[in-house]
Design a protein around this ligand. Sequence first.
Ligand code: G6P
Length: 374
Amino acid sequence: EQINKGNYEHYMQKEIHEQPESLTTTMRGRLIRGGSCKAKTVLLGGLKDHLKTIRRSRRIVFIGCGTSYNAALAARPILEELSGIPVTMEIASDLLDRQGPIYREDTAVFVSQSGETADTLRALEYALENGALCVGITNTVGSAIARNTHCGVHINAGAEIGVASTKAYTSQIVVMAMLALAIGSDAISSQIRREAIIDGLFELPSKVREALKLDREMKDLAKLLMAEQSLLVFGRGYNYATALEGALKVKEVALMHSEGILAGEMKHGPLALVDENLPIFVIATHDVCFSKQQSVIQQLNARKGRLIVMCSRGDASSVNVGGSCRVIEVPQVEDCLQPVINIVPLQLLAYHLTVQRGYNVDQPRNLAKSVTTE
Ligand code: G6P
């Protein structure tokens, strides 16, 4: 066990820090740079015979649980943009509870690190019965979801031991971004955008490596927050999922109440919680929602909120509202890939909070790596 952890104290810590490598493995052989006059493109071998059917589908439905659901949520905007197909989200258990409609013309995408989660597996059986094309995105070759779907993509992130998913999350987002690129690859109108995303994917491992340098800063922040009872995380657009996933990490390993909040919903409830005590983490990296997030920061500040703001490098002065506001600067990548960078400081924060609060990092109480019962 000690050997597998290398120089790290915990698997979660090791898995957070190996993300530059796991992302490289996820993309290996799948990004084609193109020759002098050939376009850059992606190649997902497991999907090539089904891409035409996927492009013709009436709807794409993402289905998963926990972190895998959050990864799909992070990829939803780019899939909608590049495919032009409506993309809906389903938590596996909720789809089953409602017996929600699934049609033959749907492509149902099952996202699961283990490939064995009972709810996701039952939802797969349900979608197969209803005649949908079923695509699996898993980290486990030969798993039930990999075996029972019509086609799929392995994320190839390497074994993940820590119960709290970290490197599988970032690799899942990258696979779903590549899925969006593959589905949209016949559209000339989006070629420049697709090539920019492919360039962004190539530089992602080195940008994640830069983000990991925030380790010390996040450890200091954890010291400051360790005795708190609650932490809110605000995000929107590409980074709504980052808010949910960051809060999930803090909740599941640091055993601290934490809630991811869609910033656009702030005035519909969450604003009532704001006072000078409750720490609030706001994700405000540079994208099309940036000015809206700046206004959220100002409104939170006007109510004396205790803010920690994550922004793109160089943007500190545009988000720092003074006072007790703390700013964390992260490297910037193509907007749709930014969730891969932005989750890193939150993973580090959850890790350090857990260590400082004295809880079990790799085996949080009451939780299991793979939930094989409904
Ligand atoms: C459990 C794990 C989570 C994981 C979820 C879904 O709750 O503790 O880390 O996100 O299951 O697992 P899956 O293997 O389907 O991705």
